[in-house]
Design a protein around this ligand. Structure first.
Ligand code: ADP
Length: 319
């Protein structure tokens, strides 16, 4: 086409609005699955044709993944090189507190071999329905959840999968779950730097993820492993939003005093060296542990409110 024959610019500026503005104008995806793609809120959504033609083979799977993820404002991956340091606890508490702050929140449990998100939300009996628009996540009092636990008829069955199968499942969770238009998707990962981590980072690559939060205890032994995690994120260009120091001391239930648990100073060195945001210091708290067992957060985790507020400010500043 020659320059002369090119059509004039569309004078309708609305048509030229950036995607983010268009998305902001659309509040929520319809809850009623029969209205998906057809509701008033779907008009102008980049995913409308995807939803209307949910069964059409014409929509490439990669495009489907991109659209699903792009309509979620903030995607945050919770990571740690070590197990047992509190990743799931942090994912659970952050989701609850972000929801209390008025956000629409989803949690994706990528711990395929040791899922604990359903128990933490006291929603172990949830059922996933396979609709033409995707898997409907379980609704835990307004927070939507997806976990491998929901896909197995016997929840005591171990998941014994090699890498490619895990990779496929991670991508399916991102792409085939009907997440809708969330403010936050919190992604809980297993310990380490493995298939699940590589797959989720690849899956989010074109959808502008906010980054990851590294959870650690302040023990020198753990910090040495965390350094590997940091290098992994840097190599894969996943921004690190900050660090949460969990079990940073022991909150005595009798006198309320905070006793340090781990004497080393590698945590301090790490934060100074990488200039990380220290997003929070959560004490070892028996109340938090028993609330986690009962899946009832009503009387614990007040420290996480500030952490959630910090994260909210941080991600909004970055966008
Ligand atoms: P991860 O996901 O890293 O494996 P979890 O979140 O499952 O770790 O936590 C491991 C165990 O430690 C759980 O039993 C959890 O309830 C407990 N826990 C985590 N953080 C705290 C804390 N700050 N105080 C008390 N118990 C905690």
């Amino acid at each position: 086409m020659s320059i002369e024959s090119m059509p004039e610019r569309n004078p309708d500026t609305k048509a030229l609005e950036p995607l983010s503005v268009q998305l902001d104008n659309i509040l929520v995806c319809p809850d009623d699955v029969t209205l998906i793609g057809r509701a008033e809120a779907c008009k102008g959504c980049p995913g409308q044709s995807l939803c209307m033609n949910a069964n059409s083979k014409g929509v490439a799977e990669a495009e489907k993944l991109e659209v699903r993820m792009k309509v979620i404002k903030h995607k945050i991956v919770i990571m740690s090189g070590k197990g047992g340091v509190g990743k799931s606890t942090v994912a659970w508490q952050l989701a609850l507190k972000l929801s209390q702050l008025g956000n629409k929140v989803g949690v994706l449990d990528l711990d395929l071999c040791g899922p604990s998100i359903p128990k933490l939300f006291n929603c172990e009996q949830g059922t996933i329905i396979n609709t033409p628009w995707g898997w409907t996540p379980v609704n835990a009092h307004g927070i939507v959840l997806m976990s491998i636990s929901y896909l197995s008829s016997n929840r005591d069955n171990p998941v014994i999968w090699r890498g490619p199968r895990k990779t496929n499942m991670v991508i399916k969770f991102l792409r085939d779950t009907y997440w809708g238009r969330l403010d936050y998707l919190i992604i809980d990962t297993p310990p380490g730097t493995s298939d699940e981590h590589l797959s989720v980072i690849a899956g989010l690559k074109n959808a502008n993820p906010d980054g990851c939060i590294i959870v650690t205890t302040p023990q020198d032994l753990v910090i040495d492993v965390i350094r590997r995690q940091i290098n992994f994120c840097q190599k894969l260009k996943l921004p690190i939003l900050g660090i949460i120091e969990n079990m940073s001391g022991f909150n005595c239930p009798c006198c309320g005093e905070l006793y340090p648990m781990f004497p080393g100073d590698k945590m301090k060195q790490l934060i100074e060296e990488f200039k990380f945001n220290l997003l929070g210091q959560i004490p070892l708290d028996s109340k938090l542990a028993s609330c986690a067992d009962q899946g009832d957060a009503s009387e614990c985790g007040k420290e996480f409110i500030q952490v959630a507020e910090k994260i909210q400010c941080l991600v909004e500043e970055r966008k």
